[in-house]
Design a protein around this ligand. Structure first.
Ligand SMILES: C[S@@+](CC[C@H](N)C(=O)[O-])C[C@H]1O[C@@H](n2cnc3c(N)ncnc32)[C@H](O)[C@@H]1O
Length: 270
């Protein structure tokens, strides 16, 4: 991974108080910014069958998953990232072994049926309902028949959760992480992909334990975790924000989890 400093991160000039939660955590030194951590990413990439594939990653962020995708020996790698600083960080991370385009995931500029796999983590959840559908339609367009779209996002439980409870969780997330996160239930995620024409191939879950010590050590290592802890300890504003985020994750731990969904574009269009 490239040397990432507070100055090279997206929104470098933004105050800790207003920073979107994922970039605040990155500022503190955290590098794994997805709800199911490295372990769910490992399953996701294995299930997506990337060897020899033309792979598109939507929203690579710091480029951490990009380097893991490259370990699967794809034929090609293209990242599509909306934030220019994240584009530069992903370019540094992949050191010429692919390309990264500054574009929105709903308008990648890639050719129709030009990819075998599309991967996206921790980015659909933060889109509106219309935004989610636009990105899923774009993934469908760029995939070849039989190609897979592999996502790692946030889900709500149970499927019967009331609308009031969903609204309460979404508001609490928005207030604490300062991103309009709109996680869906498993059924809602499935319906969204099926509406776009995909067939759901696999679904897995992992606890939403982004800020739990055990997960932090698994994702960042002991030295990384100590550095993050040190950075948080010396920064009162960031500490307040992160403790607040953690308390929301704990309050709703039974209703939230990380979800992996692997969907496939049918071989013959119906
Ligand atoms: C929470 S970070 C996740 C980054 C990375 N996927 C990971 O798991 O570590 C969200 C990323 O999505 C990017 N992003 C959000 N909306 C996007 C969009 N519509 N098109 C492309 N990138 C987007 C942001 O710039 C940011 O890099």
């Amino acid at each position: 991974m490239p040397e990432t400093t507070a100055d090279t991160l997206p929104l470098a000039g933004r105050k800790d108080e207003d920073m979107p939660g994922h970039w605040l955590l990155a500022r503190m030194g955290k590098r794994v910014l997805r709800p199911g951590g490295k372990e769910l990413t490992r399953h996701l990439l294995a299930d997506a069958a990337l060897a020899g594939a033309d792979v598109v990653e939507l929203a690579p962020g710091l480029g951490k998953t990009a380097t893991e995708i490259l370990e699967h020996s794809p034929r090609s790698y293209v990242g599509i990232e909306a934030d220019p600083q994240a584009v530069a960080l992903t370019e540094q991370a992949i050191v010429g072994r692919g390309t990264v385009r500054h574009a929105d995931a709903d308008a990648t500029g890639l050719d129709d049926a030009s990819a075998d796999a599309v991967v996206g983590e921790a980015m659909l959840t933060m889109q509106t309902e219309r935004g989610k559908s636009a990105i899923i339609d774009e993934a469908f367009r760029v995939l070849r028949p039989g190609g897979r779209y592999a996502v790692h996002e946030l889900s709500l439980h149970p499927d019967t959760l009331s609308d009031d409870a969903k609204t309460e969780i979404r508001k609490a997330l928005a207030r604490s992480i300062k991103v309009n996160a709109r996680p869906l239930t498993e059924v809602e995620w499935r319906e969204l992909f099926e509406k776009a024409g995909f067939e759901v191939e696999q679904v897995r879950f992992a606890p939403m334990a982004l800020l739990e010590t055990r997960r932090m050590i698994a994702d960042e290592g002991i030295v990384g975790t100590l550095k993050i802890g040190y950075n948080i300890a010396r920064n009162a504003a960031a500490r307040k924000r992160i403790l607040d985020m953690r308390s929301v994750f704990i309050r709703y731990r039974d209703q939230m989890s990380a979800i992996e969904v692997i969907v496939r574009k049918p071989r013959v269009a119906e």
